[in-house]
Design a protein around this ligand. Structure first.
Ligand code: 5GP
Ligand code: ZN
Length: 111
């Protein structure tokens, strides 16, 4: 499958990985919109949120807890951070591999 995030998981495309465990990998967004901007993704190819089903609920929960764990270890995020799933065209979703944005490092505006 021609998926850019699968290629990042398999290290076929270089990225700045800041966290990795058995199920997830987190790396810096190539086009950051905040001083701290990473993407948390499952290592296996999982489709975007609009195609997620009830049996994926554990995966989604683990993904959010992984984001929380990463954030707790970043000094720059102690004053706050934001988690975002972009879903569909109007939200600007461009990659079809489930990913959670973790943003922070400045006071974030609301849209
Ligand atoms: P989306 O808009 O689909 O929610 O987010 C996809 C994100 O992936 C974008 O913020 C984009 O900058 C990032 N991205 C796309 N291609 C690459 C890449 O090859 N490497 C990295 N590190 N980030 C990427
Ligand atoms: Zn993929």
């Amino acid at each position: 499958m021609d998926c850019i995030f699968c290629k990042i998981v398999h290290k076929e495309i270089a990225s700045e990985i800041i966290y990795e465990d058995k199920n997830f990998i987190a790396f810096k967004d190539i086009n950051p919109i905040a001083p701290f901007h990473i993407l948390i993704i499952p290592k296996e190819h999982v489709p975007p949120l609009d195609q997620i089903e009830l049996h994926d609920k554990e995966l989604i929960g683990e993904m959010i807890l992984t984001a929380k764990k990463i954030a707790e270890n970043q000094a720059t995020l102690q004053s706050g951070y934001r988690l975002i799933f972009n879903v569909g065209r109007d939200a600007g979703q461009t990659v079809d591999h489930l990913h959670l944005h973790l943003l922070g490092g400045k006071k974030l505006l609301w849209l």
